[in-house]
Unconditional design. Sequence first.
Length: 215
Amino acid sequence: MVNCALAVAAGPVVLAITFDYGQHAVFREIDAAKGVCARYSIPHRRISLPWLAEITSSDLVREGARPPELTKADLDDPEKTKDSARAVWVPNRNWIMIEIAAAFAEVLGAGRIVAGFNREEAATFPDNSAAYLEAVNRSLAFSSGAPVQVISYTAQMNKKEIVQAGLRNQAPLAKVWSCYRGEEKMCGFCESCRRLKRAVSGTEAEEMLNGCFAG
Ligand SMILES: [Zn+2]
C-alpha cells in the first residue's frame, strides 16, 4: 500500500493486481487492495492461480492450518522467524507474480512493476530482497518485448520506516491487511501482524489501526 502511494506520487498507475493462490486471507487482501485502489482511482484486477493453491502445502493455504504465532521478542530470534517463514512459504510465489505482472506491463505499455518488498523480511524471505530485484530485472530484459523493470520503493526500508513513509505520503494506512489468516480482524499474533504492530507502535498510525486487530 505504501508502495502504491509512492508510485502514485511518482506518476500514473495503470493497474493493480491481487493474486489469488488459495490463501486464507485472499478476500481480506482483495478488500484491502480495492480500498486502496478506490482511494487512488486505480483499476484493480484479481488473478487466480488455482494450480499454485493445489500444489502448495503452506500454512497460508492448507485447509485448517494456522500459521505460527510469534511473540514480539520472537521477531528478533532468527530461528523462530526462519521456522515461521518456512511454514508460510509458497513455492516461487514472488517470481510467478512478477512475471505475470510483467506480461501485463508489456501489453499496457507500463515500464514499471511496483512490488512491496522490505529489508526486514528479506532476511528470511530471499525473494523479498534488493538483490533479488536486481536479479529479476536482469531476466526481465530477456523475457519482455518492451522495457519492463520491477522496483520497490521500500526494499531498503524496515517496516517502521515504511510506516513513516506512508504517513508522510498520506497513504490510507487504516486499509492495511497484514494478517496471514482471513478472519474478520487481523489476528495480531502471526509474524506479519506482529511486524505491523511493532512498526506502528508509538506512531500516528497506531491510532489509525485501533480496533483492526483481534489481539
Ligand atoms: Zn495475523
